[in-house]
Design a protein around this ligand. Structure first.
Ligand code: ATP
Length: 335
């Protein structure tokens, strides 16, 4: 019978537990033993693992975070660490290793495969959705929901004082979370790395939108959603730049780590459950170094190396909606 191990690595994301739960049950059905390494790749290096059985699955699907804990692991970036991990996996007689994480975690997994001949399967788990080869990643839908609800609340106070609010959302170097949070909360403007040219030209566009809106509607609130890492000198820099343009009452809000928490929404639970089950179905098959993802609601396997080589584009229809409903709204009204 196969010995399977699973770990969660990199940024945690809601739905990781739902995925672990699915693998526990699928392994039980198939008669496999399942171990869970704790603290990402650190667990591999320290031989820190627990046995995962059906007793662990109770109420697990709805829990945020990850019961295995996550972590970054510097030692794993070096050959010595990789060799140690490979040695430990052999010692624990692991046949298949499942890694739930983002692109960094997948790069680490691919490196490990140069030193270990067991089977490696990745499952995309990150709120950033910045992994090619899958339409969505576990945690992404919940993070959109959390950001959307927070922006709804920001709008209440923004309306009360007719203020301009700059709301920074996560996403690493991708605009998925920012764009979708902005669209679903009817924000007035969104700044994402995919369409960012320069601070100067962005400020011009933004100021002209704010002024056009004020001419049309009088002084009302204006909500700008800003993807993290996009503005050259951060949210404070953008706030200053707007104040220098005599736009008073500009307030920055950084949503921060609340976006990583919470009970997963249904879409994340469904994705996590499907991918967890699909991963266990690959155990023992002649396929390794792949990610199990979902495209058009069907499970797919993609070589790990393809998940970070290409930059996944934003959904075109959503971008179209953004242009019509947000960033270019008032320009068009002028025409
Ligand atoms: P997220 O994007 O959600 O934060 P991630 O998986 O991309 O998730 P990272 O911090 O980039 O998060 O990577 C997680 C861990 O993977 C690192 O701490 C390191 O242990 C390992 N890792 C990343 N890149 C490499 C690499 N090139 N070689 C070996 N290990 C790596």
């Amino acid at each position: 019978s196969k010995r399977v191990a699973i770990l969660t690595s990199g940024g945690d994301a809601p739905g990781m537990n739902a995925c672990i739960r699915a693998t526990i049950i699928a392994c039980q059905k198939a008669g496999y033993t399942l171990l869970g390494y704790k603290h990402g790749y650190n667990g591999l290096l320290q031989q820190e693992y627990i046995s995962l059985s059906l007793d662990s699955t109770h109420n697990l699907i709805q829990q945020g975070g990850t019961i295995l804990h996550s972590a970054r692991c510097k030692e794993f970036m070096h050959e010595e660490g990789l060799l140690k991990a490979a040695h430990n996996l052999k010692k624990a007689r692991i046949d298949s290793l499942i890694v739930i994480g983002g692109d960094g975690s997948f790069k680490g997994a691919a490196k490990l495969s140069e030193h270990w001949d067991g089977q490696i399967i990745g499952i995309p788990g990150t709120i950033d959705n910045d992994i090619a080869g899958t339409d969505a990643t576990i945690g992404y839908f919940t993070a959109i929901d959390t950001a959307m609800s927070s922006i709804d609340k920001v709008r209440d106070t923004a309306d009360a004082f007719e203020r301009i609010f700059l709301v920074e959302v996560m996403g690493r170097n991708a605009g998925f979370l920012a764009l979708n949070a902005a669209l679903s909360s009817a924000a007035d403007y969104v700044i994402v790395p995919e369409f960012f040219s320069s601070a100067e030209s962005e400020i011009e566009k933004l100021v002209s939108q704010i002024n056009a809106q004020r001419t049309l509607k009088g002084p009302v609130s204006f909500i700008v959603v800003v993807a993290e890492n996009v503005w050259p000198n951060g949210l404070a820099g953008l706030t200053d730049a707007l104040q220098q343009r005599n736009l008073q009452d500009v307030r920055p809000v950084t949503l921060g780590h609340v976006q990583r928490g919470g009970s997963p929404v249904a879409q994340d639970r469904l994705l996590a459950t499907t991918l967890g089950e699909a991963a266990i179905r690959l155990v023992g098959k002649d396929i390794s170094n792949v990610m199990v993802g979902e495209v058009n609601q069907r499970p797919v396997t993609v070589p790990l190396s393809e998940t970070w080589k290409n930059t996944k584009p934003l959904n075109e229809a959503r971008v179209g909606a953004m242009r019509t409903l947000m960033n270019e709204r008032y320009n068009q009204a002028d025409n």
